[in-house]
Design a protein. Structure first.
Length: 177
């Protein structure tokens, strides 16, 4: 049996669950060999479904494709490119949306295939780091939003908190690719 055949017998989602438990048990634990999780067909299939369900998937990247073009052949191609070191992300499509009354905010819209790979990487990293993030952390985390953060601030105030820190990172991502 070849290594590729053995790798297909491997269950990346169970492995990710195991890593999540290890991270929760020992927050200082270091993990390696995560790339095989990212490029496994099952992980890419879950990532593709995540992209397919995201309303942003209706917006085409530079390649003109939307979530409608996600298919088994695309996933096989991505798996092969990732597994053999031939994957290269495409350029992003630049779009501008209104910000305030006179400003515009630049958006970089990745190709669908790149969104799938990004979602696979995010799944692996979230699986490891989500269990060790503090409950009071809300920024850019799954199933967390601004309203929940404000509720926690109000609850802390009612419990006697006497100070808060407010911050605003102005134009933080304007020049990040």
């Amino acid at each position: 049996m070849s290594m590729e055949e053995l790798d297909l017998m491997y269950d990346p989602l169970s492995e990710l669950g195991h890593l999540r438990k290890l991270a929760r048990t020992d927050p200082t634990k270091r993990f390696d060999k995560l790339y095989r999780l990212v490029c496994h067909p099952d992980m890419l299939a879950v990532a593709a479904e995540r992209v397919r369900q995201n309303t942003g998937g209706r917006t085409a990247g530079i390649d003109g494709q939307t979530r409608k073009q996600i298919n088994p052949e695309l996933l096989r191609q991505l798996t092969d490119e990732l597994a053999h070191g031939r994957y290269h992300p495409q350029a992003v499509r630049r779009a501008y949306i209104p910000k305030g009354k006179t400003g515009r905010r630049a958006l970089g819209i990745p190709a669908i295939r790149d969104r799938i790979v990004q979602a696979a990487v995010a799944q692996v990293l979230e699986g490891i780091y989500e269990p060790i993030f503090r409950d009071c952390s809300y920024g850019f985390r799954p199933k967390r939003n601004t309203i929940q953060a404000l509720r926690q601030v109000a609850q802390a105030y009612r419990a006697g908190a006497t100070w808060t820190i407010e911050g605003d990172l102005v134009k933080c991502f304007d020049h990040t690719s």
